[in-house]
Design a protein around this ligand. Structure first.
Ligand SMILES: *Cc1c(COP(=O)(O)O)cnc(C)c1O
Length: 460
């Protein structure tokens, strides 16, 4: 069978998948036993596999899809760009769509962010922000060479390249690489799902606010920046921060002159109910990273937005060495930029944020059924980012034993029922596209509840 023949059988594809494809974040020995769907097409909010089965896309194809699959306006925008050019470099050269998109991004992001540095993924957008912040202090009008570390939040996830991992705080993902990472200062994640001995919810959150203030004050001469996922720490299990936390951090960063780096990779483009999460606390970061939803979930593209203050520190004669020597080959790819422009236009034209509000309310209602469930420890939600934490016993919050892979079992059962979801440990994540219609939101919730019930019933 030739690989160049598009009619390769399902069985052959499965064999080659298991023989050659190394999947990200996937235990490969278990994977080959699982017969995961092989996706061949998508339409609207469904994915279709090689056997013709349809699945509701309950996680926006890993948190990036916005308007559904095969959206005519975005498809056309990419086709039109294909008829012009698929790629040209941004190193010392420009392209029409990347200019228009930069302008559109500046318009839609918080005021004060005026400069757009393109890259290809969330991780690279964060790397760019870290390097920009670091170099900025050495080149600003009164240089400070002491700024050699970053402040980050416990349980953070900022991507998988080593700089991004350095400011991350998820033990399971990051522990292996400890010796390769640069040291950071970590403030505690302000969430009270489980609180240390001697605290209750309120006193623990107060401690987190105070501790952040203390550590920023103590380390401000060394801190090149404070990196945060605004409002929601996604990969940590959809941890929702208390109101006022982001604003608190912004005020401290302003007071102590530490640039604030907002990683809006997951929360950006409508996911939390506003276009960007920072808006909800009227916060303007100094650097802002966007990726996942930027192209509507179509193509790999990312951007790091910066203020004039940061950008201008990089100006000088070519030989002054103030240039930002960083870039990726496909940076600002025109097909990606064309998709992103079409996606932003749809945001304006389709009242998408209203749908997010309605869909979020519906999800809260539907999942209310699980509120007193013995195996549901907590339901966390901000807009369309939802985490349902499954536990052995909700009164003690005792987790299920890891080898049971309860979260994973739920997603396997959900697939059988026609829903694609992906857990974070035993947290079942729902992350529907911001434009998913309410009828499908309802189906997604119903299938999720069924799948949870089916899996946890074995523990009764
Ligand atoms: C997904 C994610 C990233 C990494 O983005 P990639 O495109 O996967 O590199 C960074 N930050 C946050 C908050 C994310 O959720």
């Amino acid at each position: 069978m030739s690989v160049f023949n598009s009619n390769v059988s399902a069985e052959q594809l499965r064999t080659w998948d298991n023989a050659h494809v190394w999947h990200p974040f996937t235990p490969m020995r278990a994977y080959v036993e699982e017969h995961a769907p092989i996706i061949v097409a998508g339409k609207g909010f469904e994915l279709i596999d090689v056997d013709g089965r349809k699945y509701l896309d309950g996680i926006s194809s890993l948190w990036c899809n916005v308007h559904g699959h095969r959206v005519p306006e975005i498809d056309d925008a990419i086709r039109n760009q294909l008829d012009r050019v698929s790629h040209s470099t941004m190193l010392g050269l420009s392209s029409e769509v990347s200019i228009r998109l930069a302008r559109a991004l500046v318009d839609v992001t918080p005021d004060g962010l005026t400069r757009v540095f393109y890259s290809d993924s969330g991780a690279t957008a964060v790397e760019v922000a870290l390097k920009l912040a670091y170099q900025y202090h050495q080149q600003k009008s009164v240089p400070e060479n002491s700024r050699d570390t970053f402040i980050s939040v416990g349980n953070a996830y900022h991507g998988d390249t080593l700089g991004s991992v350095s400011v991350g705080g998820m033990d399971v993902f990051h522990r292996t690489y400890t010796n390769l990472l640069f040291p950071t200062v970590t403030v505690p994640s302000p969430v009270a799902t489980r609180v240390p001995d001697g605290y209750d919810c309120d006193s623990w959150l107060q401690f987190c606010f105070d501790r952040a203030a203390e550590l920023i004050q103590k380390n401000h001469q060394r801190a090149a920046g404070f990196v945060i996922e605004p409002l929601v720490q996604g990969a940590a299990g959809i941890l929702v921060h208390p109101p006022g936390y982001l604003r608190h951090i912004r005020q401290l960063c302003t007071e102590f002159n530490v640039p604030l780096i907002a990683d809006e990779v997951a929360v950006g483009f409508g996911r939390t109910g506003t276009m960007f999460a920072c808006e909800q606390e009227a916060v303007v970061p100094d650097l802002m990273c966007v990726a996942k939803g930027i192209t509507g979930g179509y193509l790999p593209l990312a951007a790091t937005l910066a203020t004039d203050e940061i950008h201008d520190a990089f100006l000088g004669t070519p030989e002054s060495g103030r240039t930002f020597y960083h870039g990726h080959t496909y940076t600002g790819n025109p097909l990606g930029c064309a998709a992103a422009l079409a996606s932003l236009q749809r945001f304006q034209e389709h009242g998408l944020l209203d749908n997010v509000t309605a869909a979020a309310e519906l999800i809260a209602d539907e999942l209310g059924q699980l509120n007193n469930h013995r195996h549901v420890g907590e339901i966390r939600q901000k807009g369309l980012m939802v985490g349902i934490e499954l536990v052995r016993d909700r009164r003690t919050m005792e987790p299920f034993a890891m080898p049971l892979r309860v979260g994973h079992q739920v997603t396997v059962v959900a697939r059988r029922k026609g829903l694609i979801i992906r857990p974070l440990g035993d947290v079942i994540v729902l992350m529907p596209a911001p434009s998913m219609p309410l009828s499908l939101i309802q189906r997604m919730c119903a299938l999720t509840i069924e799948a949870i019930e089916e899996v946890v019933s074995q523990f009764e």
